[in-house]
Ligand binder design. Structure first.
Ligand code: ZN
Ligand code: FE
Length: 241
């Protein structure tokens, strides 16, 4: 089974260190900043088996070549975006399976934030690496994709088991909570969750991974009943101060 640990990098990004318990194999997801990522890998034993990329933005992929050169680990990313990702050792698409030791990730194509965005889901351990598609209490900006694409991508996630751990690409939860409370002021679960988030941030702790069951209760974007509602929420949040 996979244990996922966030590695804070840049101003508010997370790379994710994945460890397959049975084999001890290690992967890193979105290693945009080589120094803190290498420190995390070295602290985990100094051996790296794989680099996983969710999408082509610099704040997710910038350190990829440096980390590959240092550890000799293969890079896995979306075939559809191979032209704008660092050189891929393995190009994957919807339905591809990626083995890390004794655990296997399924690849989901999850367009919306970018058209080539992919997510990795490890059923064993219930770990979802969703990059900038789903955030705790929010979702990614629609920089390339359509509301329909984001809606479909979020629905893929919503169908996963409730104890799935949402391992997203940014620590945006506290500001997302402000919009979520504005959009869904009567949601008592959300009020309670927002208090927990504020306490974690006040203590300097990450708010992720979050539990999918909590997102299903509290995240307005994941709760949107149709594409039009999602599009409206996204547009309102884009202008929310
Ligand atoms: Zn991004
Ligand atoms: Fe990002």
């Amino acid at each position: 089974m996979i244990i996922a640990t966030p590695v804070p990098i840049l101003s508010d990004n997370y790379a994710w260190l994945l460890r397959d318990e049975e084999s001890g194999c290690i992967a890193i997801v979105d290693p945009a900043d080589p120094a803190p990522v290498a420190a995390a890998i070295d602290a985990a034993g100094g051996k790296l088996d794989m680099i996983l990329l969710t999408h082509h933005h610099g704040d997710h992929v910038a350190g990829t070549d440096a980390i590959r050169a240092r550890y000799g680990a293969p890079v896995v990313g979306a075939a559809a975006d191979a032209h704008r990702l660092p050189k891929l050792d393995r190009a994957v698409k919807e339905g591809s399976e990626v083995d890390l030791g004794a655990s296997t990730a399924r690849v989901f194509e999850t367009p919306g934030h970018t058209v080539g965005h992919i997510s990795f889901y490890f059923p064993d351990g219930g770990v979802l690496l969703c990059g900038d598609t789903l955030f705790s209490l929010g979702c990614g900006l629609l920089l390339e994709g359509t509301p329909q694409q984001m809606y479909s991508s979020l629905n893929r996630f919503a169908a996963l088991p409730g104890d799935t751990l949402v391992c997203c690409g940014h620590e945006y939860t506290e500001s997302n909570a402000r919009f979520a409370l504005f959009a869904d002021p009567e949601n008592l679960d959300l009020h309670a969750y927002a208090e927990k988030v504020a306490a974690l941030r006040a203590a300097g702790q990450p708010t992720v991974p979050s539990r999918l069951a909590d997102e299903l209760e509290c995240n307005p974007f994941l709760r949107a009943p149709d594409v039009a509602t999602l599009a409206d929420l996204r547009a309102r949040k884009d202008n929310f101060k």
